[in-house]
Design a protein around this ligand. Structure first.
Ligand SMILES: [Cu+2]
Length: 215
């Protein structure tokens, strides 16, 4: 053990310990998120100019509750607020309008919510039943609006995945089958492998160099 040295050994312990600490806060945040302290069964959302929603991200919406949606039109044209029924799914950005219509009205699974507004100043108040924990994409089903960027994401009983970054839609496409927690664990395993490799290499090198050097 003399060849490793106490400093590099302590450094390796700190690195390995730090890496394994990463998944812990994420896991506790998720479990805390699934039981929100304050449940408010309402959403205020607006359609804004340039084919957008404000806010475009909704998180920690109560699960299995009656949610009242106040949908206000702050743009100058008609829009919808349609929460697609497919959980954990990002609609491919090159989907055609008929594919959007199929997702919204194909009833497999059915949309969670649909509200419409007709123009500037219009407000539509609707309710829907929220599902269990999960996240969904919502879109405007007016022809061409999704393709112009009119969509957002809503999470029930949890936060949205951190790698979901609308409106650029980078990070993931299609199904999210690789969670941030998975990524953190994989990164931890890779760093541990690298650290072990470096430590073993240093031990091996020190063993060969020891007779020649006086340390
Ligand atoms: Cu629209």
């Amino acid at each position: 053990m003399r060849s490793i040295g106490p400093t590099s050994f302590a450094l390796a312990v700190i690195i390995v310990g730090g890496v394994f600490a990463i998944p812990t806060p994420a896991a506790s945040a998720l479990s805390a998120a699934s039981t929100p302290a304050t449940s408010v069964g309402w959403i205020n959302i607006s359609a804004v100019g340039d084919y957008g929603y404000s806010p475009a991200n909704l998180q920690q919406v109560p699960t299995n509750s009656t949610i009242t949606v106040t949908f206000t039109d702050k743009s100058q044209m008609a829009h919808s607020f349609t929460i697609l029924g497919r959980e954990g799914w990002v609609v491919p950005s090159n989907d055609t309008q008929s594919q959007i219509d199929q997702l919204a009205w194909g009833h497999s699974p059915p949309a969670l919510e649909n509200a419409n507004v007709t123009g500037t100043g219009d407000t539509n108040v609707t309710t829907f039943q929220s599902p269990g924990p999960g996240w969904y994409e919502f879109v405007c089903t007016v022809a061409g609006h999704f393709q112009l960027g009119m969509y957002g994401f809503i999470a029930f009983g949890m936060n949205l995945p951190s790698n979901l970054t609308p409106p650029s839609r980078t990070g993931i496409g299609g199904n999210l089958n690789f969670s941030p927690l998975d990524a953190a664990i994989l990164a931890g395993v890779l760093v541990v492998a690298v650290v072990l490799g470096v430590v073993l290499w240093r031990r091996r090198r020190a063993r060969f160099e020891a007779p020649r050097r006086s340390r």
